[in-house]
Design a binder for this molecule. Structure first.
Ligand code: ZN
Ligand code: ZN
Length: 189
């Protein structure tokens, strides 16, 4: 029988850190990335996204390289779905970093390279929607994922409509690229 124990945020962070470390080592070994520094973690993510991966892009001669890998996690998401966070969100986000490190930055966020990492390295089905049921019953707030070449961004429906109507373009503060629509997150009630 499954028992559920209430965890403190510190315990939650410890478990997420451990899952990140395990998945990171596995992926680095799988792709021969050597001693690539572990991503920096923070737990400040709020809203519907369970996790978010990011990096900085530097020019290495004429080649672009991704550096300063980081991951953000949503502790509210973890509290609701701890197993999904550890078994799904963590590898999902790490797969984004591995794509940038191994194949280079600028790939489609959930394109063939990302799917390959999910399947070959983690043995997981490459589902694009990595979002968990974060919306409490009755709150129906739609959420749209946009992406640039360095991360995914969460848009409200108001922002999304502005883009759709051609009234606004949004660019990423980190990489300067125009954000492009990826997917609408399902309302999970
Ligand atoms: Zn993703
Ligand atoms: Zn960016």
């Amino acid at each position: 029988m499954k028992t559920t124990t209430a965890q403190t945020p510190v315990e939650a962070m410890t478990l997420i850190r451990q899952a990140v470390r395990d998945a990171w080592r596995k992926a680095c070994a799988h792709y021969g990335l050597g001693a690539l520094p572990e991503p920096a973690l923070d737990f400040s993510l709020r809203g519907k996204m369970a996790g978010q991966a990011g990096w900085r892009i530097t020019a290495l001669g004429r080649k672009k390289q991704a550096v300063d890998f980081r991951l953000r996690f949503n502790l509210e998401a973890y509290a609701l779905h701890p197993a999904d966070m550890l078994g799904d969100t963590v590898p999902h986000e790490i797969a984004h970093l591995i794509v940038a490190a191994h194949f280079g930055p600028g790939r489609r966020p959930h394109g063939p390279e990302w799917q390959q990492v999910m399947r070959d390295c983690f043995g997981l089905a490459p589902r694009r929607t990595h979002q968990l049921a974060l919306t409490p019953a009755r709150t129906v707030e739609r959420c749209f994922i946009y992406a640039c070449k360095c991360r995914e961004h969460e848009f409200t429906s108001i922002r999304h409509q502005r883009v759709r109507r051609g009234r606004s373009l949004y660019t990423c503060k980190a990489c300067g690229e125009v954000l492009r629509f990826q997917e609408e997150l399902p309302d999970l009630i």
